[in-house]
Design a protein around this ligand. Structure first.
Ligand SMILES: NC(=O)c1ccc[n+]([C@@H]2O[C@H](COP(=O)([O-])OP(=O)(O)OC[C@H]3O[C@@H](n4cnc5c(N)ncnc54)[C@H](O)[C@@H]3O)[C@@H](O)[C@H]2O)c1
Ligand SMILES: [Zn+2]
Length: 1549
């Protein structure tokens, strides 16, 4: 049976199941044409659908229109094909086939086919007729209806299109049987959305069918199809209902004037998410999340009720759709990609619905109803609140005479909701429950009661009211298990109810069960009591817990029931509530000591009275109750009291702002302890409180609040609210009786003390309470704001205090209030008028940069643990602790002796205990160096793994094993090894690997300079893994060189030269002779020994042209993880790897940059092929940092095609080249990280590879680099080494520039002859012009401004820029000698001398991180001038006397800026020597270093003294000179020159 629906006045939509024949008949009989064209995609063709239609159409045509012909066209599936190009290809085909205006196009497919083919039809021959046969759920209910057609452009989806109505839309649900599950669910998002805006009845129906739908749709046959017969009617209805709504709306508003906007509910935010998460997340998935956010927005604006939001959210999840970006499956699919709020808002700004810059969003008013008949204007600030998880609270308005009193109804009390439900279900007649709290407990109880036919449940008032119509305590058995999830209260209350169930339809027992956690929760005492009373209850699994089987028909015997009630009052309430239905009147005696939570028992008894049964407390026996027989009479309406703990927040806000707030449903009659908060806490603090039996009103004082002393034992949950009120009260408030709050969601007492301190409020912990001294001057916490510990009460309390600050305060983890009051922020904003804004924290980096968590260092003995631990400690400013030394203290003797006297076993036990203690004791701010054997013990390994799991860094240090053996065999002070060292290593290797998350392999160092290189490469490693200074992807022309050695040990001689001048070096791991982790790590170590260039780690598979086995994914993944552990800067990840593997690698990449690569060795794809587009989308989807595409040129034009592709793909840095001789041009035109070869390499790694020099030369010839003229200006400059330095760089790199001397002391001449000359590229400025040239500069760099001198002139589009590179020369010289890039410990520097260089030196030392900079000079007055001229934060101290020098803090960095050709002033020298001596004694992570500014002679007197006499690390001036020139070279040309070569050129005499 086919349903027909009309749209725009024409009954053109058919909905049915298996209606192919009707479809074909209708087409052939009503649409006459000479040519019928079937267009579909390859997936649908593969499922056999095209063949079916071909056969049927051919038969029908042969019968009635034999002169007509049938054409077919099949396109590739996927959004990437929904392009103008595909459209053009189809049009070309139609033209080719001679199609005319009478052509009828039949589009069979999903939304992509429908949209695109519709657009073809709209424009072909100015429009031809077409028919839509939608094959996806989305297409049936959404895209096929309404006449919108479109194709995508690179700028955005659906930007080019037309409105073009099809002749017919045939929705045949039989297509859905072959539709993949995820696509099916995807379509459900539109179905649920449509019902939500227009059709509450359909929405309710959808809620009811969800579970069955999921079960059917997820069951698949071997061919992937599904059998829909069980839910056929349901599917037909939902398709028809959705279409009906859309058709109706479209008919009223075809061209989207307003009403049609409503269909866009969920899409304003959903589209923005989709733009970021596509193609990994599907449209419907993003719409579901978007719809929840938009519903939350409506709730925030006070338009939509919290119940409606939770219904919507439950319905989407029931159909398998995500409802938050944190959804596990979604996160997994999108590789955890973030949707930063600013980007989301930016994407929302281009929404077609918007008016100019104002955003519009569809606001729901209720399920099935919208707020306005169109999308509504919304403010960015409101959007920000719902889109972020941190809320910025502005100033709460203070009340005055004109402020109207407010009424707030907080969410219903959980305990009262649960009781009311059971009582109404046991009672007789209908009962309307108002303000019911929807929770897991209520939901499971409602389902169970309905399943047992004890009551019928209905919803009124948009789900706000639950109508329970009880059957007076009659329940009938069901064969289905009653599943209660983890709902504890439900399980207790229903256990007794189960005993009342009668057999039904042959079922004579029922089963109560729950999830795994529930199956551990205790229920024993209750079951014992019921069993003793004659009920038959059997534990099915574990004694004392669910699941249980309860025999039906036995009822409750009644009489005396004894119950142990020291564990849970819920046992008592459960029996009390069912007791009236026992065969005999019940006497319930609570035995075994004082029952827990009397208050809750009283609450149950009071509520039973509301339902007509009066319990009598025994006057003779303690803790004993008499319950009469009877049936509850349901009151027509029962208003559930609001949660009294929640109510404390609005009441406290009244206290704090002077407003009047009423809670209309909590009063003196309430049995909730926290109901006394107003009378017992706020009134004594000075508030005016009026409490009736059923309501509470608080008015804040006009003056100040007063401190109080109060025992809050009866209302412990409210102490947090009281604390924030006390924070502004006069005097010291003491709160006691709240010890239990230490073991809630967090240690709440500590949390309050800590967070209050951020507001400048003094508070301290008491043994069972807290003491708070109020302040009149609150300070707004800066930075990250209030930490909530994911505790709803902490968040709500501080949101109150935040409103009293003068500056806005950020509250983290906003959504934690969802536990009890999801709408709290909405109330705060809408009812109280507190301005809120959303905030998004910067993405948290890994542990070390955000926390001070200690670093654990493990590794074999002699692996360099102490040295490297030192280096880390100086990088981070952490203290050092050696576990072996800790242990020896504990043992009271040396480890070696202890083992001799005892045993290894005993030693390991004590070692483990000591390690555990130390990790706690030194948990923050330490580098913990461990003994080599720590991984031997199982307990230790578990400890280390645990440490990593909680975000800690465990660094494994390793050194070449041969070197270790040699070293250890000389050491006699440590215990002798039982086995050979090599065996030890072999045994431990895997353990070290498993117990560490970073790995540094030190090469063996033979010389001091190798050791320095090791130090600087370790610093690089540390900067990468810790995120202190991760590598920056170059933006300009840059290169990497590719190493294809089997073993780098064969190439050590040339590595430095080969890697000179490149921006990265690629290690082709697949070329190595072994892929064993240890070997690979050793290769990285070798690279680090000879070069500091960032490393690119590549494992090329055979399929992609390399040597690594194709599907050994396990080994591949292990190598990638090793690379991250080793802190490589870049990693090449092939796009042809399985998606899941790739996503997990990206997720684990830390600060390593990912290059997503794809190679087309077979020359299969030209650059306009959609394959590249798809790969590009895949890379962006994956979250890659860089894309690398390599094609194969078979014609020269492939290079021009590639340039078109390159221009159109600028979203990410793109490396795109063509291999082969014909492809060389693409290597020249590529900008970022072009792969290059080097003359010293044995062979190029890819055909057509060029050297940097060749590339630059060709690029110059092509006009890409224009020759520039550079100068060194000043007097004298005859001996300047700059021309040699720059000239050598140009020569090696193949740059076309020239560098000359221009000798003058006249700045005007520099202006007219140099700066104004044609092809002027820049100038190095020396004395005496460093100040004089400033007047020609349009701007000065920060360095030039602060140092007060210009040594570099650079012409730019914005005019001439004056810079100063002296400080870079200084900084880089220190860094090259092992000084960390940024020192975090407390390190002091010293500058000797008072000239211009001294200022540059101070600038450099400050930037290196020196806390204090001392200066000495022959004439101190010059130093005071310098100090005055430099920023105060440099913290400069002039040392005039020897006494001052001796009292100064030890210095670790010295820069000498005094002339070397004159003898040193003796006063200066004595001071310097004193400082050198003390500096050497002082421990920092690096060797103290002295840099000499003078470069002649090679070794100056100061260098001799510092190095020879005091053992300092001395750095000759030539290095500073070269480093300074190198910095200028980079500024001038944008590329880095090869250091060693230019160094040699400078020092060559
Ligand atoms: N015009 C509109 O008003 C409108 C509305 C919503 C969405 N859209 C557009 O619709 C497109 C998405 O449509 P979609 O979700 O249908 O995607 P789709 O067309 O890509 O189809 C989804 C996938 O399922 C396959 N497929 C389709 N039917 C199948 C079947 N019966 N059996 C097996 N496989 C089948 C397809 O080949 C494809 O791989 C987007 O481009 C979107 O912009 C348009
Ligand atoms: Zn949609």
């Amino acid at each position: 049976m086919t349903t027909k629906i009309s749209i725009l006045g024409k009954e053109s939509i058919f909905v049915g199941h298996h209606i192919q024949d009707e479809i074909v008949d209708t087409i052939v009989s009503t649409c006459a044409s000479s040519t019928y064209v079937l267009i579909t995609d390859t997936n649908i063709e593969r499922c056999g659908h095209l063949a079916t239609y071909r056969t049927k159409l051919l038969t029908a045509l042969a019968a009635s229109r034999p002169e007509s012909r049938l054409l077919e066209y099949v396109v590739s599936p996927g959004e990437a094909n929904k392009t103008r190009a595909t459209k053009a290809a189809i049009e070309d085909y139609l033209l080719d086939q001679g199609c005319t205006r009478d052509t009828l196009i039949v589009a069979i497919g999903g939304g992509i086919i429908g949209d695109m083919i519709g657009f073809v039809a709209a424009t072909f021959m100015r429009g031809v007729r077409f028919v839509q046969i939608p094959t996806t759920l989305l297409a049936m209910v959404d895209s096929s209806v309404g006449g919108k057609t479109a194709v995508d452009t690179p700028v955005g989806k659906n930007f080019i299109g037309a409105f073009w109505q099809p002749e017919y839309i045939f929705a045949d649900t039989a297509f859905l049987e072959t539709l993949p599950e995820r696509e099916f669910i995807n379509g459900m998002a539109e179905v649920v959305k449509t019902a939500a805006i227009w059709n509450e009845a359909e929405f309710t129906r959808l809620e009811a069918y969800a579970a069955q739908f999921r079960a059917v749709v997820s069951t698949r046959r071997a061919d992937g199809s599904t059998d829909l017969s069980a839910i056929r009617e349901h599917i037909l209805t939902l398709v028809a209902e959705s279409i009906r709504v859309k058709a109706e709306v479209v008919t009223l508003d075809e061209r989207e004037g307003g009403l049609r906007n409503l269909l866009n509910f969920g899409h304003s935010i959903g589209h923005a998410y989709e733009a970021i998460l596509t193609p990994q997340a599907l449209h419907g998935e993003c719409v579901a999340v978007g719809a929840i956010k938009e519903a939350e927005l409506a709730r925030y604006l006070g338009i939509l009720s919290p119940v409606a939001v939770s219904r919507l959210s439950k319905c989407f999840s029931a159909y398998g759709l995500p409802v938050s970006l944190a959804d596990k499956v979604l996160v997994q699919r999108t590789g955890g990609r973030k949707c930063p709020v600013d980007i989301v808002l930016q994407k929302m700004a281009v929404d077609k619905k918007n008016d100019g810059s104002r955003k519009k969003v569809v606001l729901l008013k209720a399920i099935g109803e919208c707020y306005e008949p169109r999308a509504s204007y919304v403010d960015d600030c409101d959007l920000r609140v719902v889109l972020t998880d941190e809320t910025v609270v502005g100033k709460a308005p203070q009340a005055d005479a004109s402020t109207a009193p407010l009424t707030v109804v907080p969410p219903g009390s959980k305990s009262i909701s649960n009781r009311a439900l059971i009582l109404a279900a046991l009672g007789r007649g209908p009962c309307k429950l108002q303000n019911l709290l929807h929770s897991d407990d209520t939901e499971h109880m409602l389902n169970a009661v309905a399943a047992l036919r004890g009551a019928s449940i209905a919803w009124e008032n948009h789900g706000e009211t639950v109508v329970v119509t009880g059957n007076g305590g009659e329940f009938a058995a069901t064969a289905d298990d009653l599943y209660l999830g983890n709902a504890g209260t439900a399980s207790r209350f229903l256990s007794t109810v189960a005993c009342l169930v009668e057999p039904h339809g042959g079922v004579s027992s029922i089963v109560l069960t729950g999830n795994a956690r529930m199956q551990e929760r205790p229920n024993g005492p209750l079951v014992d009591a019921l069993r003793a009373n004659g009920s038959e209850i059997e534990y099915l699994n574990r004694e004392g817990s669910l699941p249980v089987r309860v025999t039906c028909g036995r009822g409750l015997a009644g009489g005396r029931i004894e119950l142990a009630a020291t564990i849970s009052s819920q046992y008592v309430s459960s029996i009390l509530m069912c007791a009236p239905y026992a065969k005999q009147p019940v006497t319930l005696a609570l035995v075994g000591g004082k029952p827990i939570s009397q208050l809750y028992v009283d609450m149950t008894i009071a509520m039973m009275a509301d339902f007509g049964v009066h319990v009598i407390k025994s006057t003779t026996e303690e803790y004993t109750y008499h319950i009469p027989q009877g049936v509850y009479t349901n009151p027509a309406e029962y208003v559930i009291e609001s949660d009294a703990s929640s109510a404390t927040y609005p009441l406290a806000l009244a206290a704090l702002t002077g407003a009047t707030v009423t809670i209309p449903n909590i009063g003196s009659r309430s049995l909730q302890g926290d109901a006394r908060f107003a009378t017992d806490v706020l009134a004594p603090m000075g508030c005016h409180v009026v409490q009736t039996e059923v309501s509470t009103t608080v008015t804040g004082p006009k003056g100040t609040l007063k401190a109080i002393t109060v025992d809050m034992e009866p209302m412990t949950d409210a102490f947090l609210t009281a604390s924030v009120v006390a924070a502004v009260a006069e005097g010291t408030t003491t709160i006691t009786g709240i010890a239990n709050q230490r073991v809630k969601e967090c240690n709440r007492i500590l949390a309050m003390v800590t967070e209050l301190a951020k507001f400048g409020v003094a508070a301290n912990e008491l043994p069972d309470g807290i003491q708070i001294t109020g302040t009149r001057s609150l300070v707004a916490p800066s930075g990250r704001g209030v930490h909530t510990y994911d505790d709803h009460r902490v968040a709500m309390s501080f949101s109150l205090l935040a409103g009293l600050c003068t500056a806005p305060v950020t509250i983290q983890e906003r959504s934690c209030t969802g536990k009890t009051w999801p709408g709290w922020w909405d109330t705060l904003h809408t009812t109280f008028g507190v301005p809120l804004d959303g905030h998004e924290p910067a993405v948290a980096a890994i542990a070390t940069t955000t926390t001070s968590k200690s670093i654990v260092v493990i590794g074999m003995r002699a692996a360099g643990k102490s040295t490297l631990s030192h280096w880390i400690s100086s990088n981070l400013g952490f203290k050092l602790v050696d576990l072996d030394r800790e242990l020896e203290q504990e043992l009271g003797t040396e480890i070696r002796l202890f083992i001799k006297q005892n045993s290894w076993e005993e030693f390991r036990v004590l070692e483990a205990a000591c390690a555990e203690k130390s990790l706690v004791k030194y948990g923050e701010g330490y580098v913990i160096s461990t003994g080599g054997g720590i991984v031997e013990g199982e307990a230790n390994r578990a400890l280390l793994k645990q440490y990593m799991a909680t975000g800690g860094i465990v660094l494994h240090l390793h050194r070449d094993i041969d070197a270790t053996v040699t070293f250890l065999s000389q050491d006699k002070t440590r215990p002798a090894y039982i086995e050979e060292i090599r065996e030890v290593w072999e045994r431990r290797e895997q353990w070290y690997h498993d117990c560490s998350n970073y790995f540094f392999y030190s090469p063996h160092c033979d010389s001091q300079s190798e050791f320095k290189q090791l130090h600087s490469s370790f610093n690089n490693f540390w900067d990468t893994i810790s995120g202190l200074k991760p590598v920056q992807v170059p933006t300009g022309r840059s290169t990497f060189v590719c190493l294809t050695y089997a073993d780098l040990a064969d190439a050590t001689e040339t590595l430095a030269e080969i890697t000179a001048g490149v921006d990265a070096v690629e290690l082709r791991v697949d070329h190595l002779k072994s892929f064993v982790p240890h070997f690979v790590a050793g290769q990285i170590a070798l690279l680090r020994k000879y070069t500091s260039v960032p490393i690119l780690f590549t494992v090329r598979t055979k399929a992609q042209g390399g040597f690594f086995p194709d599907s050994d994914y396990e080994a591949l993944e292990a190598l990638y993880r090793l690379a991250f552990k080793l802190g490589v800067e870049y990693l090449d990840l092939e796009l042809s790897l399985p998606e899941g593997l790739a996503a997990s690698i990206v997720a684990a990449s830390g600060f390593t940059k990912i290059i997503s690569s794809h190679h087309d060795f077979g020359a299969k794809y030209r650059w306009d092929n959609v394959e590249w587009e798809n790969r590009y989308n895949q890379a962006t989807g994956l979250g890659a940092d860089i894309v690398k595409f390599v094609g194969m040129a078979t014609a020269f034009s492939d290079n021009t095609d590639l340039e078109i592709f390159r221009t159109a793909h600028a979203a990410l840095p793109l490396i795109a080249i063509n291999m082969g001789e014909l492809g060389k041009m693409s290597r020249v035109l590529n900008t970022v990280l072009t792969p290059v070869t080097h003359a010293k390499l044995p062979s190029a790694s890819a055909p057509g590879q060029l050297t940097i020099r060749e590339i630059n030369q060709i690029y110059t010839q092509l006009g890409g680099i224009s020759p520039k003229h550079f100068f060194v200006v000043g007097e004298p400059v005859q001996h300047s080494r700059s021309p040699a330095l720059h000239g050598t760089g140009y020569e090696i790199l193949g740059l076309p520039h020239t560098f000359d001397r221009f000798e003058t002391a006249d700045a005007a001449l520099v202006k007219s002859e140099v700066i104004d000359s044609s092809a002027f590229g820049g100038a190095a400025v020396t004395i005496p012009l460093k100040l004089d040239v400033m007047k020609y500069c349009a701007s000065l760099s920060d360095a030039a401004t602060v140092i007060g001198a210009v040594n570099t002139l650079i012409p730019t589009d914005e005019g001439l820029v004056g810079d100063n590179t002296d400080w870079i020369g200084i900084t880089n010289s220190f860094i090259a000698h092992g000084v960390p890039q940024s020192i975090s410990g407390s390190v002091c520097g010293l500058v000797v001398g008072g000239g211009g260089t001294a200022r540059a030196a101070a600038y450099a030392l400050h930037h290196l991180g020196c806390e204090k900079i001392y200066m000495v000079n022959r004439t101190a007055s010059k130093l005071y001038e310098i100090r005055a001229a430099l920023p105060a934060k440099f913290n400069i101290e002039v040392l005039e006397t020897l006494e001052q020098a001796e009292a100064a803090s030890p210095v670790s960095l010295v820069m000498s800026c005094v002339p070397a050709d004159k003898p040193i002033d003796t006063a200066v020298l004595t001071k310097l020597e004193a400082l050198l001596y003390r500096g050497k004694q002082h421990q920092t992570g690096f060797e103290p270093a002295l840099l000499e500014a003078a470069y002649k002679p090679k070794v100056t007197p100061i260098m001799e003294i510092a190095g020879g006499k005091y053992g300092w690390n001395v750095i000759p001036g030539r290095e500073m000179l070269v480093n300074q020139g190198v910095a200028q070279f980079e500024l001038f040309t944008g590329v880095r020159p090869p250091y060693q070569a230019v160094f040699d050129a400078v020092v060559r005499d």
